[in-house]
Design a protein around this ligand. Structure first.
Ligand code: CA
Ligand code: CA
Length: 215
């Protein structure tokens, strides 16, 4: 339960991550420089893991900073799922195989970053430099185990009621009551992102973004 709920929270919190254009030049790659690696690294990040990290983004051409997660909104480290397009391609690639506590510098070509368009802070065709500190790696937030736990009536589909029940367990652990509007906002966001065919249910297929075929 915890993982799934945390993923939902992540989708909620990480809405600043955008979809990025896929690389069209195969020779482009991310350069990875390991700045610090903890001695003890039993668990390395891989696709599908829930990541918690701080990062700073700079333009390679003049070193100016265009992004800093520390000064963004609440300043908490960002949550996202690795390897599924919640962050730009270059971060998905460059943060693979990373240990909790590790620091990396990534040099990301435009094709794996903001591309030809750029964004409001990044000019078109910019090579990007990211300095990353990874705090935690959690396994498989979208595991089938988590899905089955949430799917109370076992119809292989998550209704809004089922999602709400799992959110309530998570949010009201400490005994704090939340009102309906609190949950309605989160649930609307979750369904907006996961209910691709708009039928008001999150099917196993819609939920399972890792191409597993266990169901
Ligand atoms: Ca169900
Ligand atoms: Ca659906």
């Amino acid at each position: 339960m915890g993982f799934a709920v945390r993923l939902f929270l992540c989708l909620h919190v990480c809405s600043f991550f955008v979809d990025f254009t896929v690389a069209n030049e195969t020779k482009d790659e991310v350069k990875i420089e390991v700045i610090f690696k903890p001695e003890n690294c039993a668990k390395k990040s891989k696709r599908g893991d829930l990541m918690n990290a701080h990062y700073d983004g700079f333009l390679a051409k003049n070193g100016s900073q265009f992004y800093c997660s520390r000064s963004e909104k609440d300043g908490h480290p960002k949550w996202f799922v690795l390897g599924v397009g919640q962050v730009m391609k270059g971060l998905d690639i460059g943060m693979d195989g990373m240990c909790p506590g590790e620091k990396r510098k990534l040099i990301i070509p435009p094709s794996l970053g903001y591309g030809q368009q750029g964004n409001e802070k990044v000019p078109p065709n910019s090579t990007l430099i990211f300095e990353i500190e990874l705090y935690s790696v959690s396994r498989g937030p979208r595991s089938m185990e988590a899905f089955r736990e949430m799917d109370l009536d076992k119809d292989r589909s998550l209704s809004k009621t089922e999602v709400k029940k799992s959110l309530m367990i998570e949010y009201e652990k400490g005994g704090t009551r939340r009102d309906d509007s609190f949950y309605d906002a989160i649930i609307a966001d979750i369904f907006h992102k996961s209910d691709h065919n708009g039928d008001g249910m999150i099917s196993a297929k819609e939920y399972n973004i890792y191409d597993h075929d266990e169901l």
